[in-house]
Ligand binder design. Structure first.
Ligand code: 5GP
Ligand code: MN
Length: 335
């Protein structure tokens, strides 16, 4: 958490005269949107002028969140997004550790922006901003936003809008309260959020019971050719661009696919390779169990990063070559 004196300084910045902008990472996920909107609702209830900007669009299954449709998407509204960031007095940096995670458009805007920057994030190796609350042991940035509200001694103003957004962020980033850093504290916060009006059945259904037939067909395709290497310890999945097109791929359709690799008995790591729809590179998602550190692995070989058990990266070769290179690199790893 921020120190007591940092909290005092931050409190001084949270005044109605200041324009506050909340930014989250490229390809926003449930925690990115949940933490950003949760914080926005909290600041708005305090009478502050706070808005959310995201670099690019996010999946439909996150658009049920209160005011999700008011988020400014920089890809679609460049001028407005630029002006918001440029004119902001205070910029909250949520659920990412470094400006480049916002992509080629918004990343440099953040670096140039004059506003005071406040980071709240749970990824490894945060860049240095004016105020930094970084904790890799917390499973979701949405939980950290709740801790921030606690530290401000304002849990009493948490309402249903805040509760729903933070609940969704915690639920998605913990894979439904399953992943390793899900703690008793996480569950206590979830209990509080339920008391404030977050309905687990409705949120789960709005977020996860949203499959389309085309998504299930994509899933069945990748499951049908899943490959296991390194003595059963590593699962490999992949999807090509023409397949994405054939099945009418929509943003977010491949969310969670990588987890199927880890659900196989004996696997310790799963890697999912996907050709980008528009540009010539392979986007990779890694997931792992226990002490298999995919953050380090991805930083070392795939220009990426993330968390110990969930990371992503990029590679600039043909998909089959990428997978072959991956297989060589993974054989060198000691697990
Ligand atoms: P996902 O596989 O869901 O895209 O990402 C898993 C985790 O790794 C997320 O926490 C995400 O922020 C992080 N991550 C994904 N791609 C990248 C990347 O290219 N670079 C870095 N540094 N982190 C990434
Ligand atoms: Mn997160």
């Amino acid at each position: 958490m921020f120190t007591a004196s940092e909290l005092l300084d931050i409190n001084q910045l949270l005044i109605p005269e200041n324009k506050i902008v909340i930014i989250t990472h490229y390809n926003p996920d449930g925690d990115a949107i949940g933490s950003s909107l949760g914080l926005k609702h909290y600041l708005n209830i305090k009478g502050l002028n706070a808005e959310v900007v995201v670099p690019n669009d996010f999946p439909k299954f996150l658009k049920w969140m209160p005011e999700a449709k008011k988020i400014t998407i920089a890809d679609y509204k460049r001028k407005k997004a630029w002006e918001m960031i440029d004119q902001a007095d205070v910029i909250f940096i949520l659920d990412f550790n470094a400006a480049h995670r916002c992509g080629n458009l918004v990343g440099p805007w953040i670096e140039k922006a004059k506003g005071i920057k406040i980071l709240i994030d749970h990824h490894q190796q945060p860049e240095d901003f004016d105020f930094v609350y970084s904790d890799t042991s917390v499973p979701a940035t949405s939980q950290m936003v709740y801790h921030f509200i606690e530290a401000m001694e304002e849990e009493n103003i948490v309402n249903q809008d805040i509760a729903e957004c933070l609940y969704c962020g915690i639920m998605t980033d913990t894979g439904g309260f399953r992943f390793r850093s899900t703690s008793a504290t996480t569950h206590r916060i979830i209990a509080n959020l339920i008391e404030k009006g977050a309905d687990p059945a409705i949120i789960t259904s709005n977020t996860w019971d949203t499959n389309t037939v085309s998504r299930l067909h994509l899933l069945s395709l990748i499951l049908s050719r899943i490959e296991i290497v390194k003595d059963g310890k590593v699962a490999i999945l992949y999807l090509k661009r023409d397949e994405l097109k054939e099945f009418g791929f929509d943003k977010g359709d491949t969310e969670g696919f990588v987890n199927y690799g880890l659900s196989i008995l004996g696997t310790r790591m799963s890697a999912f390779f996907m050709e980008d729809l528009y540009e010539d590179f392979i986007k990779i998602s890694f997931r792992s169990k226990d002490d298999v550190d995919v953050n380090q692995f991805s930083r070392k070989h795939f220009q990426g990063g993330g968390h110990i058990n969930a990371a992503g990266g990029k590679y600039y070769k043909d998909i089959y070559e990428t997978i072959e290179d991956f297989k060589e690199k993974i054989e060198e790893e000691d697990f």
